[in-house]
Design a protein around this ligand. Structure first.
Ligand code: BGC
Length: 385
């Protein structure tokens, strides 16, 4: 079922024009057709299986290793499939691996990529701090590394970073709440709760930091009240970004603070998997008016919730655009040049600033989702029913 949906989704995504890169430039790397169904994996598989499934028969450009964290979240399936299709189209062979959110599996997969002769690695890390040793091997073997979406920390083997502007994701969420509650003008006070992502994911601090830079002044002035008292990143973090963990934390928050009819006006959730946990918890435990609820990724389940009035917005990060940008970077490096970047200040991984390409996120809500998600070919109407 999941495989079917993804396949349909990919067909649409690939057949559609795919004209925009992050910088809205024409995409000469766009694939002409959808990848075969077997290339859209449905479940985390053993490394060897994935390698056999995804290695391209030819590809003059050389073998590129693509390490993705997990198939559990919709977005990484799209990221992996888009990368694979676009790299193949550009003439490369691809070894695409998913690691079931297991750090050691990801390390082994990367070791295998290096020993199998990958010429370049594109890595979306599970834990940004756990790849130092294996990436030292990559450096030793002369294999450049592009950190994909999540920065890899404390390794001087990382050549480039490509992502969406993570801080902006947070500010977009914070501003959405600010505007929805009209915090500038309304008297309040309003009750808000906060939930963010995995502490091992460098992005999570950017998301949370960006949102809190917008919301903190209202918390300080008393216009926003966090009844649970949980406001630090650590208190609001969600291991592995897991929906179940988000849900059980919210069950406890609602039971202690909102089961007596107190209104919860807003929830800052850093992404859709945590927003889904919040929505599930609200559905089970909360009878008041639905709060403003943020998210990120425009996962199908969350867009459906948006249409049903159970989630207010999601930040749309078009994974086709990120893949297009990364393929341009790969191509430039493989041809002996420098990869295109647009940020040389924001992302220090502990060994220095990593030259980065930041794509721009936008918010989707019930008013603009059709234009953003359906007209652009990201989803079909049927995907969202
Ligand atoms: C990504 C988000 C995603 C989250 C959970 C983050 O690193 O940037 O798009 O929702 O991981 O997978």
């Amino acid at each position: 079922m999941k495989r079917k949906v993804l396949s349909a989704l990919l067909s649409v995504a690939m057949i559609a024009t795919m004209l925009v890169g992050c910088g809205n430039s024409a995409d000469s790397n766009a694939p002409a057709e959808a990848p075969a169904e077997s290339e859209a994996p449905a479940e985390d598989a053993a490394p060897a299986e994935d390698a056999a499934e995804s290695a391209a028969p030819a590809g003059e450009g050389g073998l590129i290793g693509v390490a993705m964290p997990t198939k559990d979240l919709q977005r990484w399936n799209q990221d992996g499939s888009n990368m694979e299709a676009q790299l193949k189209e550009a003439g490369y062979e691809v070894d695409l691996q998913y690691a079931a959110n297991d750090i050691q599996t990801q390390v082994s997969q990367i070791e295998n990529m290096i020993s199998n002769g990958c010429k370049l690695l594109v890595i979306a890390s599970i834990d940004g701090d756990s790849l130092g040793t294996v990436l030292a091997q990559a450096k030793e073997a002369g294999v450049p590394v592009i950190a994909y979406d999540r920065l890899i920390m404390n390794s001087d083997a990382v050549s480039y970073y490509a992502t969406f502007d993570n801080y902006m994701v947070g500010t977009v969420q914070g501003e959405y709440i600010r505007d929805a509650l009209d915090l500038e003008n309304a008297e309040g006070p309003f009750n808000i709760e906060l939930i963010t992502g995995d502490p091992g994911d460098n992005n999570a601090r950017f998301f949370f930091g960006g949102a809190m830079d917008v919301l903190q002044p209202y918390i300080d002035s008393g216009k926003l009240v966090v009844k649970s008292g949980q406001v630090s990143f650590e208190e609001c973090a969600t291991a592995n970004w897991a929906t179940e963990a988000a849900q059980s934390r919210f069950d406890a928050i609602i039971a202690s603070n909102y089961s007596d009819g107190t209104t919860l006006h807003a929830v800052l959730a850093s992404n859709d998997s945590t927003a889904l946990g919040v929505a599930n918890s609200l559905a089970a435990n909360y009878t008041g008016e639905y709060p403003v609820l943020t998210g990120q990724d425009c996962d199908i389940a969350s867009v459906k919730n948006m249409i049903a009035g159970k989630q207010s917005m999601s930040v749309f990060k078009d994974t086709r655009d990120l893949a297009t940008q990364v393929v341009k970077m790969v191509d430039a490096i493989m041809k002996g040049g420098e990869a295109p970047v647009n940020d040389t200040e924001s992302y220090d991984n502990g060994t220095g600033v990593i030259p980065s390409y930041l794509c721009e996120p936008v918010f989707a809500d019930v008013n603009n989702y059709k234009e953003l998600l359906i007209d652009s070919g990201y989803y079909t109407e049927a995907d969202l029913q």
